[in-house]
Design a protein around this ligand. Structure first.
Ligand code: PLP
Ligand code: COI
Length: 345
């Protein structure tokens, strides 16, 4: 195992040894190979650079209590990439190739998988980009698929389950009602960069987007989905422009298994005043609680028009969900859902 201060890791790039790499040209994929984790030669005319012809995934490899290495629901990530690539009309690896290359990169970088005792994990970043040289606006005819790996700690850089603040954006949109919001394409993240900078400059940890049509309903964070707890009910937005989060889908199943009611429906911002617990959820953030969500007419305003408070400690239901989720991912409790794939390394 590498000599890394695992406890100090946040969600940032740490160089590892290998990237799994394959290219699509003349109608077929090249055999997947390992290349060094270093710069790669790509045409400056590649569609990915100019027309955002690219999509990606995020997943984690965990070292379990039994020393075994686990991937969480990789097939779901593979299927979502097929959907995202379909949106871009970009050639995409099959589910089998996607998973094989994830396994390949985990094995090749096994020394970077953090020890069980830490809260760190090995983050995998599958990336599909259009790479043929082009000028006109059209889908790329050649693509490159890579799976990168990097050990990471918490997304917030804080200890796990430490609540942070978020601000609601009503005047900067992430995704149009009939746009790309439900696909994991790079373009969605470009839309969020400037408003994130505004939010971060004001000291907020997260930015919560509203629907682009009315700005009355909660959509999701730039990095993750939103869910709240009201009494014994798990509530999360139902929207065509929100990314279908694998973590959120899994938490809904876990919530039901814990005897909670689950609602997936439009959530007016004003309903936040009735919520007991509010969180972001996703692969990178896992479950990250919110202590406060500020509503602003304009993100640039100094003073919020309304403040919603959820307390300075993670709520009990959110904590129970976190423990179940991490318990399965790290092999501390049984996986009755068949979510875990073991990697022999
Ligand atoms: N929403 C956005 C915008 C994201 O980037 C992510 C991260 O992948 C999520 C939600 C959570 O999705 P998942 O749980 O599949 O990681
Ligand atoms: C993930 O959770 O995997 C994401 O892609 C979100 C981003 C913050 C890295």
């Amino acid at each position: 195992m590498k000599n890394i201060d695992w406890g100090k890791l946040s969600f940032s790039y740490t160089k590892t040894d290998y990237i799994a790499y394959s290219t699509f040209k003349d109608g077929k994929w090249s055999p997947a190979k390992l290349i060094p984790d270093a710069d790669i030669p790509v045409s400056p005319y590649a569609g990915a650079f100019h027309y955002a012809s690219g999509c990606f995934e995020g997943m984690k490899a965990f070292r379990g209590a039994d020393g075994k290495v686990r991937l969480f629901r990789p097939e779901e990530n593979a299927k979502r990439m097929v959907r995202s690539a379909g949106y871009l009309d970009l050639a995409c690896p099959s589910i089998e190739q996607f998973i094989d290359m994830c396994v390949m990169v985990v094995k090749a970088n096994a020394e970077y998988i953090p020890p069980f005792e830490t809260t760190a994990s090995l983050y995998l970043r599958p990336l599909l980009i259009g790479t043929n040289p082009q000028l006109g606006i059209r889908s790329s005819s050649e693509s490159t698929f890579m799976v990168m790996a990097s050990p990471v700690g918490t997304y917030s850089g804080d200890k796990i389950l430490v609540p942070g603040t978020a601000v609601i954006s009503r005047n900067h949109d992430r995704a149009a009602p009939n746009g790309s919001g439900s696909y994991k394409v790079g373009a969605n993240y470009a839309q969020s960069l400037h408003p994130y900078n505004l939010a971060h400059k004001q000291g907020y940890r997260e930015l919560l987007f509203t629907d682009a049509l009315t700005h009355q309903y909660i959509e999701e964070f730039g990095s993750s989905n939103f869910f709240a707890i009201k009494g014994n009910t798990y509530i999360t937005p139902d929207s065509k422009s929100v990314l279908p989060s694998i973590t959120n889908a899994s938490l809904r199943t876990l919530a039901e298994s814990l005897g909670m009611k689950v609602e997936m429906r439009p959530i007016p911002v004003t309903e936040l005043s009735e919520m007991d617990e509010a969180n972001s959820c996703g692969t990178a953030v896992v479950i990250t609680p919110l202590s406060r969500i500020d509503d602003k007419v304009r993100l640039e305003d100094e003073t919020p028009s309304h403040i919603y408070k959820f307390g300075d400690e993670c709520g009990p239901k959110s904590r129970a969900l976190y423990e179940k989720m991490i318990g399965i991912q790290k092999g501390l409790i049984d996986d009755p859902f068949g979510w875990i794939m073991f990697v022999d390394c």
